[in-house]
Design a protein around this ligand. Structure first.
Ligand code: GLY
Length: 409
């Protein structure tokens, strides 16, 4: 029995109808008589809100991370927090869509302090999230040569965590006492920085490191049923594989929703960068497993195996990451039916996130409600989290570009 609100159903259906019939745009009519697609309507609302929020944040070295339940404003973190790059990334996406000068200035302001991450020893694999979401988007949109230097240095910094015997990057140096040489599925996302650097003037070995990391992750983190371990442990001296574990999931053998998302996106992106067919097949099978296990309202619980389901919290951030991964997958596949399958699955996720159930409206300063960060740690449960907003913006923009391309062809 479907339990979500009638209004949300109507919004979802309208969104999907609009997405599926772009030659007849069915979004909102503007005062100028221009009809906008539904993702453009959502992007407009998001940009208007981000313009207000960025004005309210005075300190460039303090970054939104989450909002406490019942509060309106972001809790801020420092530059070394793993989430610091998402806020400038959100602003770059908002600027990309709107061309708004104030948003560009905000993106530049919050990107600048992250430079230190590229030039100081890596605390963890999150160098990729921090620098690629901020400087990476900034360089893509502006061509600023200073940004390029920071990105190249960040790639070298990330590569210092590579363990040649294990064949992977160390994700969490501070967790070696518990997991030895550990590699988490999230780390797949950070390979994009290495692939980018290898083809933009950086050391070609960065490409080999990224490929080795993806190969070993595919072998050791992906389970035979195409769910994913969060963490793999390797002997720190010999590099030998020990076991799969969890850190943020319900259990070692459970399916942590965001981890599944990092895998789908990470392997689809790695296929784009290498053309290695195994990565594409893996991304597809991970996506199929995710789709097959989605609950009826279309947004995953934080972990698919939490016995508290249906009373477990959701994770909107996982839905955003998966939407981006499926849009990448759809673009990489050649078969028209398969392309449509993942495009439509991504549209459904985006439509649900855009509905009143998940899109925050005036509730608080975030774009999305209902994400879960680290349930076993009792932290960030069912609250807005900045990376949910980042991947939501990315998904909306990706969808807009795909549909514009379709209209042209
Ligand atoms: N990369 C950490 C997380 O997904 O929570």
């Amino acid at each position: 029995m479907r339990i979500f609100k009638l209004t949300s159903v109507i919004i979802c259906v309208a969104f999907l109808l609009s997405c599926n019939n772009q030659s007849k745009k069915t979004g909102e009519n503007t005062a100028m008589g221009i009809t906008k697609t539904n993702e453009e309507v959502v992007l407009d609302k998001s940009v208007a809100k981000l313009k207000e929020v960025v004005e309210s944040l005075k300190y460039a070295d303090s970054f939104p991370r989450n909002i406490t339940k019942g509060e309106k404003e972001w809790n801020l973190v420092g530059v070394r927090d793993w989430c610091s790059g998402f806020w400038p990334g959100v602003l770059w996406y908002a600027y990309e869509y709107s061309g708004d000068a104030a948003l560009k200035a905000g993106a530049e302001k919050f990107t600048e302090p992250l430079k230190t991450i590229a030039y100081t020893p890596a605390d963890n694999h999150d160098v990729g999230f921090m620098v690629y979401c901020s400087y990476g988007n900034g360089y893509r949109l502006t061509g600023n040569e200073e940004y390029k230097k920071v990105l190249l240095s960040a790639a070298d910094t990330l590569a210092t965590l590579y363990h040649p015997k294990a064949g992977t990057i160390l994700s969490w140096p501070e967790m070696k006492h518990k997991f030895q040489h550990n590699t988490i599925i999230d780390n797949m996302m950070n390979l994009e920085l290495l692939f980018w650097a290898a083809k933009n003037g950086g050391d070609k070995k960065l490409y080999d490191i990224a490929v080795s990391h993806a190969d070993v992750s595919m072998k050791r983190l992906v389970r035979p049923d195409y769910s994913i371990f969060h963490v793999t442990c390797f002997d720190d001296k010999t590099g030998e594989f020990i076991e799969g574990k969890t850190h943020q999931g319900y259990a070692d053998d459970s399916m942590w929703a965001r981890g599944q998302g990092w895998g789908i996106y990470g392997f689809a992106m790695s296929y784009r960068e290498t053309g290695k067919a195994d990565y594409l097949t893996t991304a597809q099978k991970l996506a199929d497993h995710f789709i097959a296990r989605l609950p009826e309202d279309g947004i995953p619980y934080w972990d698919f195996d939490d016995p508290a389901i249906p009373n477990a919290p959701k994770d909107a951030s996982a839905a955003g990451v998966v939407a981006c991964g499926m849009l990448e997958l759809s673009e990489q596949l050649k078969d028209e039916k398969l392309k449509e399958k993942y495009l439509n699955a991504a549209k459904e996720l985006i439509a649900r996130l855009s509905s009143d159930d998940y899109f925050s409206g005036d509730t608080n300063d975030a774009l999305l409600l209902h994400s879960t960060g680290h349930y076993p740690n009792n932290s960030e449960i069912d609250v807005p989290i900045i990376y949910a907003d980042y991947y939501f913006m990315e998904a909306l923009l990706r969808l807009k570009k795909i549909e514009a391309k379709k209209l042209e062809s």
